[in-house]
Design a protein around this ligand. Structure first.
Ligand SMILES: Cc1cc2nc3c(=O)[nH]c(=O)nc-3n(C[C@H](O)[C@H](O)[C@H](O)COP(=O)(O)O)c2cc1C
Length: 161
């Protein structure tokens, strides 16, 4: 049984790289289980002390698969578990190229905040603010430095716990 579980979804591979960078950073001192959302079931949460969940932002929220997974987790399951949420998203520069998109983003935001709300509703205790990591365009690659930023962010979770 691993103390830390990272669950992620990824379409073009960028969120997978961010999740993997987090796992490498944590593995120095912790036992980490990292799983694509399709390969995780509620029983994988048994014994987990810290749960980190991430998704690409797709139409201002998480992917359908990640959303569905969180919806089938029974209420209260995350009681006593530290939780943190992240997403990948377009750069502010790319968003601002399209005025309509910029307005929609202003109103509807990104996936990480919504994932965090779901985790808290399930009983989780948020230990750091949700975080977004930037991709170039739609398919990436990740903006330079984002893998290192992901590693730094995830270590804050453990240090705040
Ligand atoms: C259908 C679709 C919808 C998207 N919606 C958003 C969005 O609402 N906000 C945003 O910042 N990026 C959006 N993006 C860009 C994705 O966030 C980007 O493709 C993703 O971060 C890449 O991660 P992945 O490689 O793990 O799939 C969208 C991309 C696609 C293809």
């Amino acid at each position: 049984m691993k103390d830390i579980l990272i669950i992620y979804d990824s379409v073009f591979g960028n969120t997978a790289k961010i999740a993997q960078s987090m796992a490498y950073a944590l593995e120095v001192h912790h036992e980490v289980d990292i799983r694509l959302v399709g390969e995780v079931f509620p029983e994988h949460l048994d014994g987990v002390k810290t749960l980190i969940v991430g998704s690409p932002t797709r139409q201002f929220k998480a992917t359908g698969a990640l959303d569905q997974f969180l919806k089938q987790v029974p209420a209260g399951t995350l009681e006593g578990i530290q939780v943190a949420a992240f997403d990948t998203r377009m750069t502010p520069e790319d968003v601002s190229k399209n005025k309509f998109l910029a307005l929609m983003v202003m109103f509807f935001g990104y996936a990480a905040e919504k994932i965090a709300k779901q985790l808290i509703l399930l009983g989780g205790k948020e230990v750091v603010s949700p975080q977004g990591f930037l991709v170039t365009g739609i398919e990436g690659p990740l903006v330079e430095g984002e893998l290192a930023r992901a590693a730094d962010w995830v270590l804050k979770i453990i240090n705040n716990a």
